[in-house]
Design a protein around this ligand. Structure first.
Ligand code: CAA
Length: 380
């Protein structure tokens, strides 16, 4: 078994690492405090092709494989998990449904614009439909050559910045997953209303918004896949999205490890550096070991996707393992910093807040376990 990254993968990773250190790291804390992201950073990322990383080259993207994409996500998350999630949602659940299920005409119309930096978002969650995604109530009523959308979507990452929204809605009067449909809806569509931005615990550089639909008319050609495919398109998109969140979690966890090691080498108590005290060294060893094990799962899931093999179970395993390992790493990093870890002067305080949502969004840890258990239940 060969664990070596190829030349292209290391080149992408190193390029993004340099960019992240030069352009993002110096303002990461400021973005967290100001609860936003400067427009010029987004412009620089557009110029760098970040918004088209995972897009096919024929539609203006860089055509990176999933492993490369994961490495890029990891590097971004090491410096700013908020900037990172803007990119992962755009490159996965916000655009994948168009790339995989859009007609050729729709792909040509939307993908090059997305790859150039017109940001994409994904609208599935509703006030009454979180983990139970099939219970959405947003409706799509067919009216001639159009569908009319009505309903409320919440927790929409990129909601305030997005130019395009993938929306999952259902035929009025139906329940369950079978009568759900997926659409691509551009911002500016009358009746698509961008609502309030959430005041979040972490990922404060990113925006998370409410999106309402009030008689929003969407041309029928903007249906993705066939009528009735909505839920399955959302699930397929989330399979890929979960690989991205796995790598995002790893990035945060590794940043915690790095800060913990630096601090433990520098800080002396009882006459020697914390790093040379077995109780602290043991915590750091656990952090490193768990993150390394989690990384192998994330790489395996990405590899399976690149090979065109089924990866739903491994994506759920990777997301579960990486987010939980990163959360434990963040907790230990704060613990090792002691009182300083509880203050904003040290970045572990931000990492600790940022990492929390990785066990919640794109499917909670409990939902990942449910998905994994269902797969395993069919295997033996
Ligand atoms: N790919 C394709 N099809 C799939 C699938 C997948 N990964 N998973 C399930 N399906 C299909 C099933 O085969 C089934 O099809 P048939 O009827 O033809 O047999 C159908 O979909 C229904 O499947 P289930 O019976 O498994 O559906 P369920 O109602 O029991 O729900 C669930 C399954 C796993 C719990 C699902 O609801 C789920 O993943 N919930 C979590 C939702 C989630 O992750 N939300 C996050 C939203 S995005 C976000 O966080 C914000 C952001 O912007 C980052």
């Amino acid at each position: 078994m060969d664990f070596t990254l190829n030349e292209n993968q290391t080149m992408f990773r190193d390029m993004v690492r340099d960019f992240a250190r030069q352009e993002i790291a110096p303002i990461a804390q400021q973005m967290d405090e100001e609860n936003g992201m400067p427009a010029d950073l987004v412009e620089k990322m557009k110029e760098g092709g970040f918004f088209g990383i995972a897009f096919p080259e024929q539609y203006g993207g860089l055509g990176a494989d999933t492993i490369t994409y994961g490495l890029v996500v990891e590097e971004l998350a090491k410096v700013s998990a908020g900037v990172c999630v803007m990119l992962t949602v755009h490159n996965s659940v916000g655009s994948y449904p168009v790339a995989m299920f859009g007609s050729e005409e729709i792909k040509q119309e939307f993908l090059p614009r997305m790859a150039a930096g017109e940001i994409a978002a994904f609208c599935v969650t509703e006030p009454g439909a979180g983990s139970d995604a099939a219970s959405i109530t947003t409706t799509a009523r067919r009216d001639g050559d159009e569908y009319i959308l009505n309903g409320n979507k919440i927790f929409v990452t990129n909601g305030q910045r997005a130019a395009f929204f993938v929306v999952i809605a259902r035929t009025p009067g139906t329940t369950g997953h079978k009568d759900t449909h997926a659409f691509i809806v551009p911002r500016g569509t009358p009746g698509l209303i961008v609502g309030k931005k959430e005041d979040k615990m972490g990922l404060r550089a990113s925006d998370t918004a409410v999106i309402d639909f009030e008689d929003a008319r969407v041309p029928a050609v903007q249906l993705l896949g066939n009528e009735g495919d909505g839920f399955k398109i959302a699930m397929a998109a989330l399979d890929g999205g979960r690989i991205g969140i796995a790598f995002q979690s790893l990035g945060i966890g590794e940043a915690c490890l790095e800060e913990a090691v630096k601090y433990a080498n520098m800080r002396e108590q009882f006459g020697k550096p914390l790093m040379r005290q077995p109780v602290i060294g043991g915590m750091i060893a656990d952090m490193g070991t768990e993150l390394e094990a989690a990384r192998l799962l994330a790489l395996q899931a990405a590899w399976l996707k690149d090979q065109g093999k089924p990866y739903s179970k491994q994506a759920a395993m990777a997301k579960l393992m990486c987010s939980e390992a990163a959360w434990r790493a963040a907790d230990k990093a704060v613990q090792i910093h002691g009182g300083y870890g509880y203050c904003k002067e040290y970045p572990v305080e931000r990492y600790y807040r940022d990492v929390r949502v990785t066990r919640i969004y794109e499917g909670t840890s409990e939902i990942q376990r449910l998905v994994i258990a269902r797969h395993l239940g069919r295997e033996f």
